[in-house]
Design a protein around this ligand. Structure first.
Ligand SMILES: C[S@@+](CC[C@H](N)C(=O)[O-])C[C@H]1O[C@@H](n2cnc3c(N)ncnc32)[C@H](O)[C@@H]1O
Length: 236
């Protein structure tokens, strides 16, 4: 008789505060024998750090080294990570891939999903996205009534960012890091600079909220975003 394969979980673990895991993510995290998580070449492993207090010593861990650099293709890294995970799934072990925020919203889990979900039973557990956690931390509603929200990566060109912002009532700009100065210039051109709010590492112990005009472009971390909330026009 062939061994039934294990189950692959894409586990949304929220934006940083360990209390922002869902009960379902917590239960699955406790029960699986194997976890995998992205690890930067610098050795930083944010997703693991979020759930560190919930991990037992007997858990098998698969760090997935990723370059996080536009200069190099991530494809070979995901190929290797997927095959390491597949070894455990083939042996009948469930594997949870930890994903900061939500797995299907700009999450690296999607690339593991695309490689393995046709071969193994797969379940995605949604997580609280950084976009939503940031609005809560900043204390601003994102959208009213018929407003349209756009989420866009700062890695887009200035022209595309500008075009997208022109038709959005509210916007969240992620993947900020070294793209901050470009985004700043676009926001100023579009007359959105005064409305823009900045936050770093939302819900983490080192969360930082500062007026956007005080942000030093060279010091913006990857874990930062800009929120442009909708404008309340006084109606109910
Ligand atoms: C690849 S995307 C992953 C988004 C994630 N799946 C989510 O649902 O939040 C990474 C970007 O999300 C934003 N981000 C993620 N966590 C954050 C946090 N705690 N505070 C601020 N921004 C965050 C940053 O802009 C970062 O560059």
């Amino acid at each position: 008789m062939t061994q039934p394969s294990g189950r692959l979980y894409g586990l949304g673990i929220g934006p940083g505060d360990p209390e922002l895991l869902t009960l379902k993510a917590y239960r699955i995290l406790k029960s699986v024998p194997v976890i995998a998580y992205p690890s930067l070449e610098s050795g930083k492993v944010l997703a693991r750090a979020i759930v560190a207090d919930y991990l037992s010593d007997d858990k098998i861990e698969i760090p997935m080294p990723l370059p996080f650099s536009v200069e190099r293709s991530s494809q070979p890294y995901y190929d290797i990570a997927a095959e390491k995970i597949a070894v455990h799934l083939s042996a009948g072990q469930d594997v949870a891939v930890l994903c900061e925020g939500d797995p299907f919203l700009y999450g690296s889990f999607m690339y593991i999903f695309n490689r393995l979900s046709a071969r193994f039973p797969t379940e995605v557990v949604p997580g609280i996205s950084s976009t939503l956690a940031s609005a809560a931390a900043l204390g601003v509603p994102i959208t009213y009534r018929n407003d349209v929200l756009s989420i866009m990566p700062a890695t887009l060109s200035a022209e595309i960012l500008s075009d997208r912002l022109a038709v959005a009532d509210a916007a969240v700009i992620i993947k900020l890091g070294r793209h901050f100065a470009k985004v700043r210039d676009v926001l100023k051109e579009r007359g959105l600079w005064e409305r823009a709010l900045y936050i770093e590492r939302a819900t983490m112990p080192n969360q930082r909220i500062v007026p956007i005009a005080e942000v030093e472009p060279g010091e913006v971390p990857y874990w930062a975003l800009i929120l442009i909330p909708s404008q309340w026009k006084g109606e109910v």
